[in-house]
Design a protein. Structure first.
Lengths: 352, 144
């Protein structure tokens, strides 16, 4: 099955063509046009600017992808597009493009949940794909962390998920970005905080580990960001050196990653799962990955710890094509025959 | 009308928001002004509870605007807006104007000092903190 994936939920325009087989998957083309520079002066994504840029680049990107794959529209069996959650103006560009293509090309169309895409993103790695129908893999818990999301899901198998907990206020990526802004670091702030943290002392400041002792799997990062603010207020502007900033970054990162790791491990043990999945933009954080590796080493019940390749941690159409393929296999392709007349962009589409 | 109150914990700020919900009729545009961590979102969480919203109110910073369905006689929805990142004018393009001054809608805007004057606030809430204590000084100003 040849799947055309389209993703425009935020600030990346992405098109992928995925050759989907139960034994093997192969990306025939995968293109991402990032808008990060466009939004940098605003310290975050501006919806109208994002939508305009998506509109400009999506058709050229589509042409390029087909050319790169050496295919034409007639080779496509299914179109999969992110329908939500995300910025409504941005989502609409992808959804309306996909609907038009599906109508004109007479192809089935599936609206994919963006989080569902992140949940399957580690399986884009060919070695991990072999695990997708393997008994040693399921059940799994998955942590999805990005600028807009912080959620833990229980997965009985691929495409069968249940929300266990989520942030009650700020997403963890947002806490990273707000910390960066407080420290006057350039946008996007998350990677900048991680970079400075490398030369800082993670024990310099004791920041709160919010919700760590609560029995549920919910998160809260608003208080952590406020703690950073209060710490900074204790110093006069002339005392805020790079060394101090690095110590704050390292201490902040230590607090945030500890909560993420321990909450996920708790869910993994409570639900006796065999696999832990970590996905989303913040999954690219090396310190977090290290902590997950060292904390799961001693756990004999965990067979697999799966991270996406770094190129699939951010928003991308490859994961959308894959999630669409898994769902189409489950429900049957004919269910999506008149997809163009059914789907619409949903900014607040909840997964459960 | 100006009302000043001091809350001594997030729970009290939440309760203040919850009580405030009982006094709303619909059509209000509330501007919340105050630094990071001064209690704006906590107040909106209480407000949402008071309006009978069951969902968790999470930060709208990333998506800029979130719409919640309420369980209330006259108010049908609460719109939670955040101008922290983006000047208010940009919010027009994602449909903020559709919700303002609607009799069945309450709009709560955080970082409202960044919003253009043409969006008329009916209630202004100013938040002040004092160092590390949990105390919050909240000033409520009814404008219309």
């Amino acid at each position: 099955m040849m799947i055309l994936g389209i993703e425009t939920s935020c600030d990346e325009t992405s098109v992928a063509i995925l050759n989907y087989g139960s034994r093997q998957i192969k990306l025939a083309a995968h293109l991402i046009s990032s808008q990060a520079k466009l939004h940098a002066p605003w310290g975050g994504v501006v919806p109208e600017l994002a939508a305009r840029r998506h509109t400009e680049v999506i058709i050229p990107l589509l042409d390029q992808a087909l050319k790169k794959a050496g295919l034409t529209s007639s080779d496509i069996d299914l179109i999969a597009v992110t329908a939500g959650p995300g910025l409504i103006t941005a989502l609409q560009v992808g959804v309306e493009t996909a609907r038009a293509l599906a109508l004109v090309w007479k192809k089935p169309l599936i609206g994919v949940n963006h989080i569902a895409g992140h949940l399957v993103s580690p399986f884009l790695n060919i070695n991990n794909w072999k695990l997708i129908n393997n008994k040693s893999t399921w059940p799994a818990v998955a942590l999805v962390i990005s600028g807009g999301h912080t959620e833990i899901h229980l997965l009985n198998k691929a495409g069968d998920w249940h929300l266990l907990g989520r942030t009650l206020d700020d997403a963890v990526g947002e806490a990273f970005d707000k910390t960066a802004k407080l420290l006057k670091l350039p946008y996007p702030g998350g990677p900048q905080v991680a970079k400075l943290a490398k030369i800082g002392n993670p024990q310099a400041f004791v920041f709160p580990r919010p919700m760590l002792n609560k029995p549920k799997y919910d998160f809260s990062f608003a208080g952590l960001k406020t703690a950073v603010l209060y710490t900074l207020q204790k110093f006069s502007p002339s005392k805020i050196t790079t060394k101090l900033k690095a110590d704050i970054c390292a201490s902040f990162q230590a607090a945030a990653t500890e909560v993420l790791v321990l909450k996920t491990l708790k869910a993994a043990q409570d639900y006796k799962v065999k696999t832990i999945i970590v996905a989303g933009g913040v999954a690219a954080n090396k310190e977090l990955k290290q902590r997950f590796i060292s904390n799961t080493k001693s756990l004999q019940t965990i067979n697999h710890l799966l991270f996406p390749n770094t190129k699939y941690t951010g928003d991308n159409a490859a994961m959308i094509a894959l999630a669409g393929g898994i769902e189409a296999k489950k429900q049957g392709l004919k269910n999506f025959k008149n997809g163009w007349s059914k789907i619409q962009a949903q900014a607040n589409w909840e997964l459960w | 009308m100006i009302k000043k109150i001091i809350t001594s914990s997030p729970a009290e700020t939440y309760q203040f928001g919850k009580n405030l919900a009982n006094k709303l009729k619909g059509g209000e545009t509330m501007g919340l002004i105050g630094n990071l961590g001064s209690g704006k979102t906590t107040l909106v969480k209480g407000l949402a509870k008071g309006l009978g919203i069951k969902q968790t109110i999470t930060s709208p910073t990333f998506v800029l605007m979130k719409v919640y369905k309420t369980k209330h006689k006259t108010i049908k929805q609460l719109v939670h807006v955040d101008c922290y990142r983006v000047p208010g004018i940009e919010l027009e393009t994602i449909g903020l104007s559709d919700y303002l001054n609607q009799p069945d809608t309450v709009v709560a805007i955080e970082w409202a000092e960044k919003i253009p004057k043409k969006f008329k606030m009916t209630i202004k809430l100013q938040f002040k903190t004092k160092n590390k204590s949990n105390e919050r000084f909240i000033k409520l100003i009814k404008l219309l």
